[in-house]
Design a protein around this ligand. Structure first.
Ligand SMILES: *Cc1c(COP(=O)(O)O)cnc(C)c1O
Length: 405
């Protein structure tokens, strides 16, 4: 049984009061709160298991190394990867994407080649590719977004051709909540010989990510959006591609042997992990995955679907609220605008009622421009949100709109 009140008790911050009102935290698309077990894991590591990894011969270093490598295997298992050497720890989605965008195009692209993204990407899945395009004389192309917030799959055949070398696409839009149908994208991309990177930053907390089922070449996500701390993230890549890619950053850990004449690189995944890694963030991420599986991921998913459906129904009944993104498959997010009222004003007034939402372009300006709006108000859900919080949010919105209109 999924007992949301019991789960809430695991998250100390949820009992915060904001301006004397109970916090209603609906900004989970930006970052999630952390359960006690994750916080305890960090504490315990610093209290009992802290020593720099992979280097020392001493007890603490060996313990820390062992825990870190077990965490890597845990992460691999969570996303269905068979080979934990395919798990590269990074600082987050942004670094994971930059790692690929800084190394792969240099290796496989010639001037005039193309990189394909979608019209609903987060800036971190646009700008690294633009930089690569500038550096190497490549062309950035874009899969259009339809009015309902779904991708225009009919454009795929026109956009993908022999020049397309990389396709970068999000699994779930952080603005619209659209769950993309990755299958036709991955299949068509592979048909023309392009590599596919899937941004799972939004998807990771709300759906089973299985690298074999998705069948892409790279997957990126951040720990902080899946109940783990800031500063740890993951890049999963196929071994045969990671093997041929040059290193991203240089430094300690990533080398095999260094001389002033020539340096050789470490084996996977260490080749891509220059410097002291976040070997405590990795343990906390593994703990977050344990927590999710102890509760039952399917239970969480069902609860969140219920919340979203409930919220969509309620918000649709408010006069003048226009949802941005009405795709048939959605996850975790409601975005909306109200004609004649600026999203920022709605957000700041909701905050005074203790309700945390996000407003603005959500790091996806091209998508906001596509809808010719100044931004949206976004409510985004996590496992610990309740139907009564949705009611509070809807009542708050009603009140705010009465004042603002
Ligand atoms: C949050 C987010 C990112 C960026 O994640 P960081 O943790 O800031 O690196 C990228 N893509 C999507 C879809 C996101 O929601």
């Amino acid at each position: 049984m999924f007992d949301v009140e019991k789960i809430r008790a695991d998250f100390p911050i949820l009992s915060t009061e904001v301006y004397g009102k109970p916090l209603v935290y609906l900004d989970n698309g930006a970052t999630t709160q952390k359960p006690l077990c994750v916080l305890d894991r960090i504490m315990h590591a610093y209290e009992c298991e802290n020593g720099n990894i992979h280097r020392g011969v001493h007890y603490l270093s060996e313990i820390a190394t062992d825990r870190h490598e077990k965490a890597r295997a845990r992460v691999a298992r969570f996303i269905g990867a068979e080979d934990s050497a395919e798990i590269v720890f990074t600082r987050g989605t942004t670094e994971s994407i930059n790692l690929v965008a800084r190394t792969l195009p240099d290796f496989i692209c010639k001037p005039g080649d193309e990189i394909l993204v979608t019209g609903m990407e987060h800036h971190s899945n646009i700008v690294p590719w633009q930089i690569a395009c500038e550096r190497l004389g490549l062309k950035l192309r874009v899969i259009p977004v339809l009015d309902n917030g779904e991708l225009d799959y009919s454009a795929l055949n026109n956009l993908l051709n022999k020049k397309t070398k990389i396709v970068a696409c999000t699994a779930v839009s952080n603005v619209l909540g659209t769950v993309n149908n990755l299958e036709p994208i991955v299949t068509t991309a592979h048909t023309v010989g392009a590599y596919v990177l899937v941004d799972c930053a939004q998807a990771i907390a709300h759906s089973h990510i299985d690298v074999k089922a998705i069948n892409a070449d790279f997957i990126a996500f951040s720990g902080h959006k899946v109940y783990a701390p800031n500063g740890i993230g993951v890049l999963w890549g196929r071994r045969e591609i990671l093997e041929i890619m040059p290193p991203f950053m240089g430094g300690g850990e990533m080398i095999d042997r260094v001389t002033f004449d020539k340096t050789t690189y470490n084996k996977l995944p260490y080749k891509f992990e220059a410097g002291t890694p976040d070997y405590i963030g990795s343990l906390a991420l593994a703990e977050a995955f344990d927590y999710i599986e102890r509760l039952g991921f399917d239970n969480i998913i069902a609860h969140e679907h219920h919340l979203l459906d409930y919220a969509i129904n309620k918000i649709s009944a408010i006069d003048g609220v226009r949802q941005i993104g009405t795709a048939s498959k959605r996850s975790g997010v409601i975005s909306f605008v109200v004609d004649g009222v600026h999203p920022y004003d709605i957000g700041t007034m909701l905050d005074k009622l203790g309700i945390a939402v996000r407003t603005g372009h959500h790091c996806a300006e091209p998508l906001i421009d596509r809808f010719s709006i100044p931004g949206t108000v976004r409510a985004s859900f996590a496992m610990y949100n309740t139907l009564s919080e949705v009611d509070t949010f809807i009542a708050g919105l009603d009140k705010v709109l009465t004042i603002l209109r």
